[in-house]
Design a protein around this ligand. Structure first.
Ligand SMILES: Cc1cc2nc3c(=O)[nH]c(=O)nc-3n(C[C@H](O)[C@H](O)[C@H](O)COP(=O)(O)O)c2cc1C
Length: 193
């Protein structure tokens, strides 16, 4: 890919509020920078995305998602396939990602049932947690890693902000901000070499 070509970055934001995860995601994106980046941010909680109904309708399609449900996921399928980087973000809710983001993840199955349309994608993850790394963030990271492996997606890593206080306090945590920005810079190096 030519250096001059814009890298398409899709951020799938799983938090239901504009709180900790948004703050940390903003830091990561500021490290990633704006130059040469075409950014799409989608707050999945504001969209209409149902869970997978396991109807197997997608299994009849080879080169498209072929999902039988006509909701906002149809737009996300194209973005997932076309993006140079997908950044999944979520707070940890009960040892996993939010149910709204999990619906998107489950619906990705429609991209794997025919020809693998996720193959060669690049994924990274941003998580925030009220507890430490082992109160659910570890499990969410494992889920993303395993799914990426299954889908032959290149997993670029994760930034986990554990022991998050309320958003007002988090905003003042300059060390976390610097670490998150450094992660964003790493992602930039992955995209531009
Ligand atoms: C319903 C609910 C469940 C939660 N479950 C966990 C959990 O299992 N582990 C954890 O570390 N934090 C848990 N938390 C804390 C959130 O992960 C943490 O406050 C997060 O930073 C909130 O991000 P947000 O402001 O973007 O929503 C939970 C919070 C809520 C509201």
């Amino acid at each position: 890919m030519a250096m001059s070509e814009k890298r398409r970055v899709l951020v799938l934001e799983g938090s239901p509020r504009q709180g900790n995860t948004k703050i940390v995601t903003d830091w990561v994106l500021s490290g990633l920078g704006k130059k040469g980046i075409a950014l799409t941010r989608l707050a999945v909680c504001d969209l209409n995305i149902n869970g997978c109904r396991e109807c197997a309708g997608c299994t009849g399609y080879k080169n498209e998602a072929g999902c039988q449900q006509e909701d906002d996921m149809l737009e996300i399928y194209d973005l997932l396939i076309d993006s140079d980087l997908v950044l999944w973000t979520s707070p940890i809710f009960c040892w996993g990602v939010t149910s709204q983001l999990k619906a998107v993840i489950d619906r990705c199955f429609a991209l794997l049932t025919g020809e693998n349309l996720l193959k060669g994608s690049r994924w990274a993850v941003v998580l925030t947690a009220g507890g430490d790394h082992f109160e659910g963030a570890d499990l969410a990271v494992a889920m993303f890693r395993r799914l990426a492996e299954f889908g032959q997606v290149k997993y670029l890593g994760q930034f986990v902000a554990a022991n998050c206080p309320d958003p007002a306090k988090l905003r003042r945590m300059t060390e976390v901000a610097e670490q998150a920005k450094a992660f964003g810079r790493e992602l930039r190096r992955e995209l531009f070499g």
